[in-house]
Design a protein around this ligand. Structure first.
Ligand code: PEP
Ligand code: MN
Length: 339
């Protein structure tokens, strides 16, 4: 059971009354509310006994290991100027903010293709320590200015608590990347900012582990956690990862969670991205996040999956945000149409 307190409750009193009934009490402080979870091993007590304690606003009996995730079920979510769930959300932008000019060009392309949120990394997690790892703090400024110039919200990744304050200054949503999905101290710090979080799935994370990670951020105070499916490690190198659309349908249709799909990192090749975007939306995603670049051949990271404007427009068409004469009736885009 989860006991939610009224804003003016005497928490110590409620806790003492609960304990007097043989309950183990575990405290959660969310963004605006304090909850006391009745932990396993507690005595069996009727919910009405708890509702009668002064200072108790609500008693939820739903057994769940992720009560805060459950609380955001079907709840409207605001990401800066963007309301999730009102129209399909298109998040687009470069893998990395490489220069002021490239960031502005990508943001303008995103806006022309009806994206409402810019993506882009200032701090890049790279497999090799010798690869380009982002321009850091100055790239955050490029991203915010490029987003503002094109009336876009901004999501950008934080890899370390060292940079969290800087990211909070510019972002409308903080991205926690795949490699950090279970970095619990980072999740707690990000949660404490009370901002919305885009939580990318770890390459080998189960859905339970992913939801547990979201719970960590929410318990710490995150305004919301949007799940981002970006492909899991598969066995076939033909695509970079294996897009798990079953996870998208499960999170959306069974758990009522906000879900965005990243087909760029899922397949790693630009020709397949529009088709996967269509599939993601069919599975219930609230939107997609894709990478784009004005000259993909020169991209400093993830060039093969970077969309040009034509490709981004096709993705936008799959989301019903734009129309494109090359669109097929089935919504599937063949490599002959876009390569
Ligand atoms: C990204 O979106 O920039 C990124 C690095 O993705 P992921 O964490 O999913 O690999
Ligand atoms: Mn990338």
């Amino acid at each position: 059971m989860i006991v939610t307190l009224t804003p003016d409750a005497d928490e110590a009193y409620v806790r003492q009354r609960m304990q007097s009934h043989g309950l183990w009490v575990q405290r959660f402080a969310g963004a605006d509310v304090v909850s006391l979870l009745v932990a396993p091993g507690s005595a069996a007590v009727d919910a009405s006994v708890l509702t009668a304690i002064a200072g108790v606003a609500d008693v939820s009996e739903t057994p769940t290991s992720t009560p805060f995730v459950q609380r955001q079920r079907d709840v409207p979510i605001q990401l800066g100027r963007v309301s999730l769930g009102v129209a399909p959300l298109l998040i687009a932008g470069p893998c990395a903010a490489e220069s002021e000019q490239q960031t502005y060009a990508a943001a303008a392309m995103a806006a022309r293709c009806k994206a409402t949120m810019l993506r882009g990394g200032a701090f890049k997690p790279r497999t090799s320590p010798y690869s380009f790892a982002g321009h850091g703090k100055r790239a955050l400024t490029w991203l915010r200015n490029a987003a503002d110039a094109n009336d876009l919200a901004l999501v950008t990744e934080v890899m370390s608590t060292d940079h969290l304050d800087d990211v909070v200054q510019v972002a409308d949503m903080i991205q926690v990347g795949s490699r950090n999905m279970q970095n619990f101290s980072l999740l707690h710090a990000v949660g404490r900012t009370r901002m919305p979080v885009l939580l990318k799935r770890g390459v080998a994370a189960t859905i339970d582990e992913w939801m547990g990670a979201a719970e960590h951020a929410l318990v710490a105070g995150a305004a919301s956690v949007v799940f981002c499916e970006r492909g899991v490690r598969g066995f076939d190198p033909s695509t970079r990862n294996l897009l798990d659309l079953g996870a998208v349908a499960l999170l959306k249709h069974v758990y009522g969670q906000p879900v965005v799909v990243d087909p760029s990192h899922a397949c790693g090749r630009r020709d397949l991205i529009p088709a996967l975007a269509a599939a993601a939306m069919a599975c219930g995603a609230d939107g997609v996040m894709v990478e784009c670049h004005e000259s993909a051949g020169e991209a400093l990271s993830d060039g093969p999956q970077a969309l040009d404007e034509q490709g981004l427009r096709l993705v936008s068409t799959q989301l019903g945000l734009t129309t494109d004469p090359k669109q097929t009736a089935t919504g599937v885009v063949s490599p002959e149409v876009y390569a």
